[in-house]
Each structure stands twice: as C-alpha cells, then as structure tokens.
Design a protein around this ligand. Structure first.
Ligand code: TXA
Ligand code: MG
Length: 300
C-alpha cells in the first residue's frame, strides 16, 4: 500500500498518538515527526532518515508554556527570544528537564525546542498534546523537503502519513541559538536573521569555529549535480561542464530561500550537471542561504 498524502489532521494526530511516524509541514521545511517520549517511534525516525543516533533531534511543542516543561531551566535569554520569535523559525538549546529521553538529546544535558508557526503544525501539536521530535524529512545528508511531494519522492512508503500543508514559507531550516552557554551562540543560521537575534540578545558568542551542533557536517543538503558558487561581483567565467544552469540568489534572497531546495532538486530531475549560483550578501536570510549552499557545494 502506498503512503497516504493528504490534509486529514485528525488522522495524522491519531497515527502519531499511536506511535506512528508522520511527515508534517512547518514554515521552514517538512519534519519527520514522532512522539518525542516514544522510544520505538523515535528509533524509526532515525532509521528512516539513516541518521547517526548521536545527532540529537529538535522537540516541537505548541507554545512557550509547553517548551518550559521540557526545559530544566529557562534563562532570561531563552525567555526573551521565545517571546519575540515564537511561533516561528527559531530553535532554542536549553538545559533539559529530567524526563527528556537520551534518545532525543543524544545523551546531552540540553534539549532543542521549537514552536513552529505553520497552522497545521500548531493544530497537530495541540491535538497530540505532547512534544514531537522531528528532523527534516529527508534522507541523511540530502536536500531538505519543502513540499509534500518532495517528502513522498524521498521517503516513499516509509512514513505512515504525509500531512500536506503546501509549500513552506521560509524554505530553509530554523536558526538554532544555544542558550545553555553564556554568552549565547548561534549554532546554525536560519529563518530568523542574526541581526534580529542581536536586537534581543546584545552579546552573542562569535559563530566561528566548528559548530557545536552535532551533525553539522561539511557536506549536507547535497544534490547529485555539481554546485558552483560565485560572489555577486565576481566577473570571471564559472568553471562549468556539461548541461549548466545559472541562478541568482542575490536579487531577492527571501524568495530564493523559499525555492532554494526545489531548485536543487529540479536541477537533478532536469539532468543538469553544473548549477552555478550567485550568492546573496551575508546578512539577513542571506547568511543562512550561504551556509546551506556552501554545504551543497562541498566536496563529497
Ligand atoms: O527548521 C527546522 O529546524 C527543521 C523543522 C522540521 O523544524 N528541523 C531541522 O531538524 O532542521 P534537523 O534534525 O535536520 O536539524 C536539527 C539540528 C541538528 O544539527 C542537531 O544536531 C541540532 O539541531 N541539535 C538538536 N539538539 C541539539 C542539542 N541539544 N545541542 C546542540 N544541537 C542540537
Ligand atoms: Mg536536516
């Protein structure tokens, strides 16, 4: 039987509550969701993704109050960021509550928490009335999905249901801020701009050096084609071979972000060998676009 794709939120909630694995839409990318307290369901998420067990998962919750239950402590920084950006594309790393299972945190003393803003995600979380662990709904190392069809193409019959919430608004993953350290640090640039975080948290630790978010590998978000990146002011001819396509992310970065993963997928399905992309400036959403494209272009 083939996986059902649809908008039946009652069915999606029923399957999750019974220990199933459901792909859910969020405003960033589609997530592969399971009850965060259910060891067998979470194990299935890891195995469907082919993800190493020590890469911890984000727990999605309906609101700040629910997030605070999963947190062992709630710092003034976490509080200010949550009040400013939730629901929305921000993940907070905080000290975990005692009950939070090791199979979610990879045995860490911290947990990643996020309140998504997609209306179907919020409604699903309300109905399930518990935290949902959800990594992006792609196979490990590959391009993240931003439509139900992407999930269907990637994961086939491995998931119990794909809740179709249309194309994701932001198009790339949440910004991760580690609030368990002082000063706080951005571990992954994403849907909330660094400048907007800095307006709330005056002092941030620099983002340089290897990321402390496990699983932030050099090669990730990878299509099969070769990705060649260039700066906006680069006038040299890009090194391309075979069927080539050129894209410009510098003109309208937000709209590029929304379609970025679809562009990477389409290049492969259209038989493109070299995808040449002009990078956006490194501020606003441009920082996250550059991060993802650098990984998509990395040697593998
Ligand atoms: O927008 C998003 O964040 C999407 C949607 C589905 O919510 N989710 C997502 O999940 O991108 P995933 O699993 O692909 O990426 C989560 C990242 C991983 O790099 C993981 O290592 C990091 O969050 N992470 C999770 N828990 C952590 C923790 N306790 N400490 C440090 N990093 C953590
Ligand atoms: Mg991912």
């Amino acid at each position: 039987m083939s996986t059902r794709v649809g908008t039946d939120i009652a069915e999606a909630a029923r399957l999750l509550s019974a220990g199933g694995v459901v792909a859910m839409p969020t405003e960033t990318v589609y997530g592969l969701a399971a009850l965060a307290r259910d060891a067998d369901a979470v194990r299935r998420v890891y195995s469907i993704k082919g993800r190493p067990l020590d890469h911890p998962l984000i727990v999605h919750v309906a609101n700040e109050e629910a997030a605070r239950e999963w947190a062992g402590s709630w710092s003034p920084t976490a509080d200010a960021l949550a009040k400013r950006f939730w629901p929305g594309p921000l993940t907070l790393i905080v000290n975990r509550a005692d009950f939070v299972p090791d199979f979610v945190t990879g045995g860490r003393p911290t947990v990643a928490l996020r309140v998504p803003s997609h209306p179907l995600a919020i409604e699903l979380l309300r109905r399930v009335d518990d935290g949902l662990a959800a990594p992006s709904a792609n196979r490990f190392g590959r391009v993240s999905p931003t439509t139900a069809e992407h999930v269907r193409n990637d994961l086939g019959d491995d998931v119990d249901y794909v809740l179709d919430g249309g194309a994701c608004d932001v198009g790339l993953e949440s910004t991760i801020v580690d609030c368990s350290v002082d000063p706080p640090q951005i571990l992954r640039p994403g849907g909330v701009a660094r400048e907007d975080i800095e307006a709330v948290v005056r002092t941030l630790a620099p983002m340089s050096g290897p990321s402390r978010a496990p699983g932030m590998l050099d090669s990730h978000y990878a299509p099969n084609c070769r990705v060649v990146l260039r700066e906006n002011d680069d006038e040299s001819e890009p090194r391309s071979s075979g069927a080539t396509r050129a894209l410009d992310a510098s003109v309208d970065p937000s709209s590029f972000a929304r379609d970025m993963y679809a562009h990477l997928r389409n290049a492969d399905s259209d038989g493109i060998e070299t995808l040449v992309i002009t990078l956006p400036a490194p501020h606003g959403i441009g920082l996250a676009i550059r991060d993802r494209l650098r990984k998509a272009a990395a040697q593998r």
